[in-house]
Each structure stands twice: as C-alpha cells, then as structure tokens.
Ligand binder design. Sequence first.
Ligand code: C2E
Ligand code: CA
Ligand code: CA
Ligand code: CA
Length: 270
Amino acid sequence: SQDEGRNRVVEFTYSDLRRAQADQLLAGHIPTALQGEEFYVAYQPQLNLETQDVVGFEALARWDHPEHGTVSPGRFIPLCENSGYINALTLNLLEQICNDLPDIWERYGDIKVSMNLSPFSLLDREFIQAFIDTATAICDVKGKVSLEVVENLSIDGYESAAKNLAALREAGFDIILDDFGTGYSSLSYIRRLGASVVKIDREFVMNLNQSNHDDLAIIRSVVSLGKQFGFDVIAEGVEYANQAAILLEEGVTIGQGYLFSKPLKIDHFL
Ligand code: C2E
Ligand code: CA
Ligand code: CA
Ligand code: CA
C-alpha cells in the first residue's frame, strides 16, 4: 500500500542518516589513528600455481580502532578518500612496508610486494612526488614494490594519471592493473597505463568450472594477450583447488586467495 511505501522511505532515510553520522564519527578518528598504530598492513601471499612457491605479497590496509573495533577497508578507504586522508594513509602504509621488506626478503628471497593506490592519489601530482621521495628515502624500492591501480579513471583524469604512472614507473615501481574485467578495461588501457601485470578480478574466478564458458573465454583471452604483449597475469579470489587447477590449465601462473591464505600480519609468514 501507499502507507507501507511511505514507511519504507522514512525507514531508509533514517538508517541512511545514522550511517552518515557513524561515518562522520569514524572519519573524525582518522587523524588520531594515523598518529598512532591503529592502521597496519596485512599481507596476502601470491603463489606460483605450479610450484606453490610464494612469489609476492599484496599489502592490504587494516584498521583496528580501540572502541569501534575492526573497521573494514571497504568502509574506511572511502572515508579516507572523502576526508582528504588517503594520501597520508598511503604514505603511512608505505613506511610500514619498507620496514617489513628486509625481513620478507630474508625469508622469501627477492620477491615483490604490491600496494594499492587510490584513484584520488593517482591524480595528485604533488602526492606522487612525495610518494616517490618517501620511498627512495626510506627504502630501495626499485623493482621491488608494485602499485595496484584500478581502471575507473574518467576521461578528464586520464592524461594526468598516465603522466603520474609514467613518473612512478620511471622511479622503479611496476604497475598492476587491478580488478581487471570489472570496468572498461581494454588492451589499449593496459598498454597506455604501462601495466606489467594484470589482475583478473575475483568475479571471473568465483564461478570457474569447466562448463562456465564465458569466464573461461575471458581468462583465455587475457592470458593470450599477456603472452603477446608481455604482461603477467594474476588471478585473485582463488578459494578452491579446482579453480587453481583450471587457472593453471589456462596458463595463469600466479594465484592469490583464501585457498592459500587470508591477508595476515607479516609475522605470521616470517
Ligand atoms: P582489492 O585490492 O581488490 O583487494 C582484494 C580483496 O579481496 C581484499 O579485501 C582481500 O582480503 C579479498 N580477498 C582475497 N582473497 C580472497 C578470496 O579468496 N575470497 C574472497 N571473497 N575475498 C578475497 P580487503 O582487504 O577487505 O580490501 C578490500 C578493498 O579495499 C581492496 O580490494 C582495495 O580496493 C581496498 N584497499 C585495501 N587496502 C587498501 C589500501 O591500502 N589502499 C587503497 N587505496 N585501497 C585499499
Ligand atoms: Ca588490490
Ligand atoms: Ca583486486
Ligand atoms: Ca576486487
């Protein structure tokens, strides 16, 4: 009835409001959290699907708030982006990663760690310079730290993003195109962003089985493009052994997902 409809609207607006208030409260804690040690890095291993060797780690942000408990990145990353703290968070995480790198190399040899770069940061020329300066001042990242970027760049932002990515590559950071297949990805995108690795989104791995021809076709074409144009392919969200087996059969050599490990503090892997 009309009444029900109206109630639903009122209810929705009310929970929306509470959500916005809770977000505002949480966002207010970000500066303090950045000063302390509430933000930390969880590492998820990337495995060679054939040998099962760890060939890399993705660094993922975590927030344990003393009162609010664990806040998911799906929630706090947008809050950081909208309150202007995403660059500070990224630099904070970079410093933590630089601290961890010597231990990681000692345990795993010469492997790479990748971190996520927000589209907001990618468009910020000054930040990119600060990021490069920080990286070179506190650790030698040349060829050791990769940057995962997503492809939801507007046409407006495209030029400056491409310039900034070129500066990052010049400084020794490899570029990984994250969440491939979820946006407007195309071969020209991979080429023009200078990505050396493409990460197939979990969406295409999730329902992978021999009878799922659409997802198989997409994976096959990414792998074949990778061979032709010289980029590596990583599959994310690998949860089951049969998914890993199919991926390997299709020529995907690196996998990341709960099958191998959830993202955990580095001590766990050392
Ligand atoms: P993402 O970059 O696509 O990261 C992969 C997400 O998938 C992570 O979620 C990871 O925990 C999860 N995952 C890994 N393996 C599996 C699996 O087998 N199954 C399932 N269901 N999920 C899996 P998380 O850590 O919650 O991060 C969510 C998103 O938040 C990330 O997606 C990324 O977009 C963003 N994010 C996380 N850390 C950072 C950061 O330091 N900076 C920026 N800008 N964004 C970040
Ligand atoms: Ca990522
Ligand atoms: Ca991803
Ligand atoms: Ca994803």
